[in-house]
Write a protein that binds this ligand. Structure first.
Ligand SMILES: [Zn+2]
Length: 78
């Protein structure tokens, strides 16, 4: 697998095997908790006035789909 880098925080993306029910297979995912894309998504969801959900979107790319960018919904660890 080639190396891919997050366009938001420049960290190397991690190959991640998505759960079978998502139908994605292998994805490249930015697991950096300080990533601006991730932090902004957490703030955006919290600013909608909903209960603190601790949900954010990580940046991901789908190598099976010409490296299309994906918003990977993830539980915020904080
Ligand atoms: Zn990132």
């Amino acid at each position: 697998m080639e190396s891919r880098y997050c366009p938001h925080c420049k960290m190397e993306l991690t190959c991640w095997n998505a759960p079978p029910e998502t139908g994605w297979g292998i994805l490249y995912v930015c697991f950096n908790n300080q990533c601006t894309f991730y932090r902004n998504s957490v703030d955006e969801i919290e600013n909608k006035g909903e209960e603190r959900s601790n949900i954010g979107c990580r940046y991901a790319e789908d190598p099976a789909n010409n490296y299309r960018a994906i918003n990977l919904l993830a539980i915020c660890p904080f």
